[in-house]
Design a protein around this ligand. Structure first.
Ligand SMILES: *Cc1c(COP(=O)(O)O)cnc(C)c1O
Length: 364
């Protein structure tokens, strides 16, 4: 009777034959790193997103690092991002020797508050990384307007939002480049690590392509200090199969989110706010409850999965103690980190299980 936060076995069971055939094909073919399967996946991903280029890399974190590197971000530069996200959104900035600058979030969407951007821009600011947190696109028109006014690059951290739309446009097309993660639990997940950078900028795509392969465009000739960050063919084959199901899965996530919203009507908690001009990808269904610890206990005792995303906002992480932030600096993120809780949501989740989850959340 337990209900997991995410059930990858249900997904696997539904498309087992197709996945296994795709994997066997790669095994027998023995072209394991990059090669035609990865090229095929990159083409399909670019078509899906509506971008000119897609470059497969080893994981979502590397997608961010390589995109920033290709844009020339380095020591002395500042890059603005959200403090209410997975660490990689800021780690990529630090990895390149640049400094993350955190701007607080909106209380309803948990996304970067565009109205607070301008105040954090300095002569060293090079780029902005909006994160489409939990699958909902950030307010890109407002963010791009500020970026354009200051000549800043915009890189979408779309790791949680593949397939989401903003004013009729898919994420991935809303900035200078966008980064995806194919970590198994993401809306489009591989059987291991994987990631991609998508862009319409030919030069940027070429640079990321070189960087992922030791800064090389011709074997054993190196023009850049690069990385070893390649997507492998097994992941590409799996992702190609799953890409065909992604829109259906995201539709199912949206339907289930609507059902939860109905089940929670009138309850003392805050359900996710979806802007009317976006198509939310509901990577996670996150409620806000003042009594979070007690809700967690009730759910855990009943065998129901739940998760705190994220318990410590990034400006208060140990690693950033040298940046000079203190408790109270970014109050909206800090409050969210104390009250948000993700409850089970996946395309195969059964309505009767959702009723049980909702009852227990309300009881907590
Ligand atoms: C998952 C995730 C990443 C990192 O992706 P990996 O593939 O795990 O490296 C980056 N940013 C956000 C917002 C994520 O959710």
């Amino acid at each position: 009777m337990s209900i997991p936060l995410l059930d990858l076995k249900a997904q696997y069971g539904a498309i087992k034959d197709e996945l296994e055939a795709a994997v066997l094909d790669v095994l027998r073919n023995t072209q394991y790193i990059l090669g035609p399967k990865v090229a095929e996946f990159e083409k399909a991903l670019a078509e899906y997103c509506g971008t000119q280029y897609a470059v497969g890399v080893a994981n979502g974190t590397d997608a961010l690092v390589l995109a920033l590197d290709a844009l020339g971000v380095g020591p002395g530069d500042e890059v603005i991002t959200s403090p209410f996200t997975f660490y990689a959104s800021a780690e990529c900035i630090s990895r390149l020797g640049a400094t993350p600058v955190f701007v607080d979030i909106e209380a309803d969407t948990y996304n970067l508050d565009a109205a607070q951007l301008e105040a954090k821009i300095t002569s060293r600011t090079k780029a902005i990384i909006p994160v489409h947190i939990f699958g909902q696109p950030a307010k890109m028109d407002e963010i791009n307007k500020v970026a354009d006014a200051h000549g800043l690059k915009v890189i979408e951290d779309a790791c949680q939002a593949i397939g989401a739309e903003y004013r009729g446009r898919k994420v991935g097309t809303l900035g200078d480049a966008a980064c995806f993660s194919f970590f198994p639990s993401k809306n489009l997940g591989g059987a291991g690590d994987g990631g991609a950078v998508v862009t319409d900028d030919e030069e940027l795509a070429a640079k990321v392509r070189a960087l992922r392969q030791h800064g090389s465009t011709k074997k054993y000739y190196h023009g850049l200090v690069g990385y070893n960050s390649r997507l492998d063919a097994l992941q590409a084959a799996i992702l190609l199969v799953k890409l065909g199901y992604l829109d259906g899965w995201n539709d199912a996530r949206r339907d289930k989110a609507q059902l939860y919203n109905k089940l929670f009507a009138g309850a003392e908690l805050v359900v996710p706010v979806a802007l009317d001009y976006v198509k939310h990808a509901y990577h996670l269904y996150v409620v806000r409850v003042p009594n979070r610890a007690s809700v967690e206990t009730v759910l855990k005792e009943a065998g129901i999965g739940c998760g705190v995303y994220y318990p410590v906002p990034l400006h208060l992480q140990d690693v950033y103690s040298g940046l000079g932030y203190k408790l109270g600096d970014l109050p909206v993120s800090e409050a969210a980190s104390h009250e948000t809780l993700a409850i089970p949501l996946y395309p195969e989740l059964k309505p009767e299980d959702m009723e049980r989850v909702a009852e227990l959340v309300k009881r907590g």
